[in-house]
Design a protein. Structure first.
Length: 131
């Protein structure tokens, strides 16, 4: 908890547009929560807002121009597994959203590991190494 995370997304030809919606970062307040079932529940989990067109422009390629930003995992998050979702509203479309997500494990401070995480692995590479 408290660490800074950074995310990237391709601009998909929107890097130079104005009036774009922000990218909202959502994370539940406690670990191992089910996906939210309503827009209101999701909005309560907003931990950061980033500008969509915060991009490093690639000359003559607005499709693959990388955009992104950084945000802090809230310091009050307890150790465990969380689903972080980031999403942004489509331009000129009232209720359509792009969304992506990833799982993150918040570790205990000072190198301690909660008992429920000992021996667990969420890494594909760790699983391949065991085969």
């Amino acid at each position: 908890a408290g660490d800074t995370m950074c995310i990237r997304w391709p601009s998909k030809n929107h890097a130079l547009e104005s009036g774009l919606f922000d990218v909202n970062i959502h994370m539940p307040s406690i670990p191992n929560q089910p996906d939210p079932t309503s827009q209101d529940d999701l909005l309560k989990m907003t931990i950061a807002t980033l500008p969509y067109n915060n991009c490093t422009h690639i000359k003559d390629d607005t499709d693959l121009t990388p955009c992104g930003g950084c945000f802090q995992i809230p310091k009050d998050r307890t150790p465990g597994d969380y689903l972080i979702q980031w999403r942004w509203k489509l331009v000129n479309r009232k209720d359509e959203w792009y969304a992506s997500c990833w799982d993150v494990t918040v570790a205990a401070p000072e190198g301690t590991v909660p008992v429920n995480l000992l021996g667990a692995s969420t890494s594909l590479f760790a699983q391949l190494a065991e085969d």
